[in-house]
Design a protein around this ligand. Structure first.
Ligand code: GLC
Length: 635
C-alpha cells in the first residue's frame, strides 16, 4: 500500500517537474503565436488545463510514460517494424483486427498504424480524414471497449500503436462546425470564415490546390451561414484557425484524449498546413513549427511517453525541419515520413539509376540525433514527385520532361513500362500530377501476371523485395502497407462505390486477402515467395544492432549509376553495407567502391548467408539484387 502511494506521489511530482522544466519554452512559444498583451488570460487557461489533462490520464499509461522516459528513444530500435492498414479492409473491424495479431507476429510486425477509426460523415469523408470526433470510435469499427481491449493486448505483446490526429481540419459535421453553421460567432471564430470573397480571393492568389480535379479552390460557400469557409482539402474538411488560442487549447484536449486511449505514436496529419497567412502558400510557415512545438512541449508535460510523427509530404529540405530547428531543436516531432527517399526510390526504379537519389540525399542536412524516419515505399496516399528541379537540372536532365517521363512511366503512357499505375490529380494548369497504384502493380507484377510471363514475374518479385529490403535497412522504422507483404495488386473495386470512385487513391487500398494468406506456408506462388522473404529480412533486421537508427546512413559513391550503396556503421566491424542494383540487367562494381566490405575481409551477405564472389576485383549483382554485407559473420 505504502509503496503504491509513494509511486503515485512520484508520478505526480514528475508532472510538476516536467512542467517546471518546460514552462519557459511553453510560455515563449505560446506568446510568440499569441501576443502577451492580448492573450494573458488564454495562457492562464492553458496553465489550468495542463494539470486537468494530466489528472485524466490513466495511471497505467502514466507509469508507462515514466518507463519510456527512463528507457530513452524506443522508437529508434531496429526491433521496430511497422504496418499500415485500414481496419475495415484488413479484417472487418477492431475485434477482427485483434484476432489477427498473430499474423503480425508471424511476419515480425510490432508497430501498427490504423487509418482513422473515428466517426466521420456518411458518404465522402476522405477515408476518415474528415473527423466528427477525435477520440470516439466509429461504430463501423466497433466500440471504445474494443479499442481499449486491442491496445491492452498489443501492449501485452510489446506492440506499438499509431493513430492519426487530424489537426488541420475537422469535418463539417464536427460539433464546432455545426455551431458555427447555426450562427454561433464563437465557433465561427474556430475556423477561417469570411463574409464575402475579399479575403478568400486574396488567399487564392498564393494558395496551391491540393485536389484540383475534385475540389478546386480553397474555399467553400456555406449557404446557411452565407459565408465562405476555408477548405484546403475537400469542401467537407474545414480548416481550423489556430490563430485563435482557444482552438489550440481545445485541440490539446482532443490530442490528450486520443493519447489516453493507449496510442504510442500520434501521426500529426497534414501538419504543414496548420498555419495560414495571406500572401503565402500557407504551408511550412514558421508559425506552424511553433504551434507543433507548443503541442509537443505540452504533451511532453502531460504524456511524455507519446511520440509525434510528422506527416509532412513536402520538399526534402522542409521535411527535415519538422524534427525541430533553432530553439525548437528536438522539440517538435520525433519521427517524420521519409517522403524524399520514397519518391526517389520510385525515380530510381523508372530511370534504373540511383543518381537523382544520391544527389538529393547528399544535399540534405543530417537529421537531429534523437529523431528518426518512417521509411516506406507505399502508403494509402498517392506518390508525389516532391523533389527539387535544380537537382534534376544538375544531372543534365530537363526537369519538365523528367517529371513527365515519370508520370508516363508509371501511368501507362509508355509501351515498354511494366508499371500499372494511374494518374492522380493531374493539374493541366501546372502540368503537375501524382501517381496511384499498389507497390506490386507499380513494380510490374500485375502486367507480368496478365501476360503470364514467368521471367517478368520473377523480375517484379525481385524489385518488390529489393524495395522492401531498402526500407528495412535504411535508418528508421520501416512501414509496410498491408497487402504489400504478399504482393497485392491494384484494387479496382472502388470504382463501383459512389463514395470512393472520385478518389483514385482507393486503387492502392486493397482488402487483405486472407484466403491466400491461409496457404502462405505451403503455397508455391509469388505471394508465398514475397511473404517468406520479407519475413526472413525482418528477422534479420531485428537481430542486427547496426540497423537501429543510432548512426547516420553513410552513402558510398558507386561510380556506376545503377547502384545504390550505403553503410549502416557500427563500431569497427559490426556495420552493414547495403548494395543494390536498380538495373534490369546484371551490373558490376569495382570492389574498392565497397570500402572495407571487400574480399579481404571475407564479407558475407546476410540475406543469402553466402559469401559474394569477387572476380578480378569486381562484384556482379543480378537485376534488382540487394546484398546486406557484413564483415563479422564468419563463425
Ligand atoms: C493527409 C492524409 C491524406 C488526407 C489528407 C487530408 O495527407 O494522408 O490521406 O487526404 O491528409 O486530411
Amino acid at each position: 500500500m505504502e509503496n503504491k502511494k509513494t509511486k503515485a506521489n512520484d508520478v505526480e511530482s514528475l508532472f510538476e517537474q516536467r512542467l517546471a522544466t518546460n514552462f519557459t519554452l511553453i510560455k515563449d512559444l505560446f506568446f510568440s503565436l499569441y501576443p502577451e498583451n492580448q492573450h494573458k488570460k488564454s495562457f492562464k487557461r492553458l496553465l489550468t488545463t495542463l494539470p486537468e489533462l494530466f489528472k485524466n490520464r490513466p495511471s497505467s499509461l502514466k507509469s508507462m510514460d515514466i518507463d519510456r522516459v527512463k528507457k530513452g528513444n524506443w522508437y529508434m530500435s531496429q526491433e521496430l517494424v511497422g504496418m499500415q492498414l485500414y481496419v475495415d479492409h484488413f479484417n472487418k473491424d477492431l475485434k477482427g483486427l485483434e484476432k489477427k495479431l498473430g499474423y503480425f507476429e508471424k511476419l515480425g510486425v510490432n508497430f501498427v498504424h490504423l487509418m482513422p477509426i473515428t466517426p466521420r460523415p456518411k458518404g465522402e469523408n476522405d477515408g476518415g480524414y474528415a473527423v466528427n470526433s477525435y477520440h470516439k470510435v466509429d461504430p463501423r469499427y466497433g466500440t471504445q471497449e474494443d479499442l481499449l481491449s486491442l491496445t491492452q493486448k498489443m501492449r501485452d505483446k510489446n506492440m506499438y500503436l499509431m493513430l492519426d490526429f487530424v489537426a488541420n481540419h475537422t469535418s463539417d459535421e464536427y460539433p464546432w462546425a455545426k455551431k458555427a453553421v447555426a450562427g454561433d460567432l464563437k465557433y465561427q471564430g474556430y475556423y477561417h470564415i469570411y463574409p464575402d470573397r475579399t479575403i478568400p480571393d486574396e488567399f487564392e492568389t498564393t494558395l496551391p490546390e491540393i485536389f484540383p480535379m475534385t475540389s478546386p479552390g480553397n474555399f467553400t460557400y456555406n449557404a446557411e451561414m452565407q459565408k465562405w469557409v476555408m477548405t484546403v482539402f475537400n469542401p467537407y474538411q474545414w480548416d481550423l484557425d489556430y490563430s485563435n488560442p482557444m482552438v489550440f487549447i481545445e485541440m490539446l484536449g482532443n490530442l490528450t484524449k486520443l493519447a489516453d486511449l493507449g496510442v504510442d505514436v500520434v501521426r500529426l496529419d497534414a501538419l504543414a498546413f496548420m498555419w495560414k497567412k495571406l500572401g503565402t502558400e500557407s504551408q511550412n510557415l514558421p508559425e506552424a513549427h511553433t504551434l507543433i512545438s507548443l503541442f509537443r512541449m505540452c504533451l511532453q508535460v502531460i504524456a511524455p511517453g507519446v511520440v509525434f510523427l510528422a506527416e509532412a509530404i513536402v520538399a526534402p529540405k522542409e521535411i527535415i525541419k519538422y524534427f525541430g530547428s533553432g530553439r525548437m531543436m528536438g522539440n517538435e516531432c520525433e519521427i517524420a515520413y521519409n517522403a524524399t527517399l520514397m519518391a526517389l526510390l520510385w525515380d530510381a526504379i523508372a530511370t534504373k539509376k540511383a543518381v537523382l537519389l544520391y544527389k538529393n540525399i547528399k544535399s540534405l542536412p543530417e537529421k537531429p540525433k534523437e529523431s528518426t524516419w518512417i521509411n516506406y515505399i507505399r502508403c494509402h496516399d498517392d506518390i508525389g514527385l516532391g523533389f527539387e528541379d535544380h537537382h534534376i537540372h544538375e544531372l543534365g536532365w530537363n526537369a519538365v520532361s523528367h517529371r513527365k517521363f515519370l508520370l508516363d512511366y508509371y501511368c501507362q503512357n509508355i509501351d515498354w513500362s511494366p508499371a500499372k499505375g494511374h494518374m492522380f490529380m493531374y493539374n493541366p494548369k501546372t502540368g503537375d500530377g501524382r501517381i496511384t497504384g499498389s507497390a506490386a502493380s507499380l513494380l510490374g507484377l500485375e502486367m507480368a501476371l496478365e501476360q503470364n510471363d514467368q521471367a517478368k514475374i520473377d523480375q517484379s518479385i525481385a524489385k518488390i523485395i529489393m524495395m522492401h529490403a531498402i526500407i528495412l535497412s535504411y535508418g528508421g522504422v520501416p512501414l509496410i502497407y498491408a497487402g504489400d507483404e504478399i504482393g497485392t495488386l491494384n484494387d479496382y473495386s472502388y470504382l463501383e462505390d459512389n463514395d470512393k470512385k472520385e478518389d483514385g487513391r482507393w486503387v492502392n487500398r486493397p482488402f487483405q486477402d486472407w484466403n491466400t494468406i491461409a496457404q502462405i506456408d505451403s503455397g508455391n506462388n509469388h505471394q508465398t515467395q514475397i511473404f517468406l522473404t520479407l519475413q526472413h529480412l525482418i528477422k534479420l533486421r531485428k537481430s542486427y544492432h547496426a540497423f537501429a537508427d543510432k548512426n547516420q546512413v553513410i552513402l558510398y559513391e558507386a561510380h556506376n549509376p545503377h547502384f545504390f550503396i550505403y553503410e549502416r556503421p557500427l563500431g569497427k566491424n559490426n556495420g552493414i553495407l547495403v548494395v543494390c542494383n536498380f538495373d534490369e540487367v546484371p551490373q558490376t562494381i569495382y570492389e574498392n567502391a565497397l570500402g572495407t566490405y571487400g574480399s579481404e575481409n571475407n564479407v558475407i551477405d546476410l540475406i543469402s548467408g553466402e559469401q559474394p564472389v569477387f572476380v578480378n576485383g569486381t562484384l556482379k549483382l543480378d537485376p534488382y539484387e540487394i546484398l546486406w554485407l557484413s564483415k563479422n559473420n564468419i563463425e
